[in-house]
Design a binder for this molecule. Sequence first.
Ligand code: BG6
Ligand code: MG
Length: 215
Amino acid sequence: MIKACLFDLDGVIVDTAKYHYIAWKELASEMGFEFTLEHNERLKGVSRMASLDILLEIGGVTKSTEEKEELADRKNEHYRSFILQMKPDEILPGAKEFLTECKKNGIATALGSASKNAMTILERLELTKYFDAIIDGTNTTKAKPDPEVFLKGADALNVPPSTCVVFEDAEAGVEAAISAGMKCVGIGSPSILSKANMVVSGLNEIKLQDIIKLQ
Ligand code: BG6
Ligand code: MG
């Protein structure tokens, strides 16, 4: 019996990838190389510092730990200038309705995100109150595909992992959900998210009843 739904944030509840892309692209351009949309795909679900390492590898650039801290801070400041302007109309179609359905049906909800900006984003979208627990980049140490973020979510909700369904748009996130012993609904392309129990294009394409049937 499904007791809880755990949601990734970026790409499931809201499309922040476009803001990450602009901020990383600017940083790459300052360092003298190009960063493309295809490159950006590699950063989905990946933590900030791991994303920076991938960016530097793409550019063939080596930086010291201090320089990397400075670059990541600069990128984050740029990124935050976008998210601080976000409005509730940027919530992806069906997300708020799905969260409301969970509440109505006694299904517990948690956020499971790699982002250290998750709280700011939820507040801007006026969605904080829809989550019974929030696990994000500020209270996890191991990045997806490690299951830590989702196991901490189940723990905070006080439910066994086997009764949880995770909603994820990143391959690493799907792997994290499966390693946690949870069911997973992929949001996006079936070819990329083939390990998920089912794949849909968005939360507007699925009903809570379809999820409760996942056993
Ligand atoms: C994930 C995004 O949710 O959060 C990644 O998919 C991002 O692209 C990561 O790098 C970390 O985000 P932040 O907000 O802590 O820089
Ligand atoms: Mg995501």
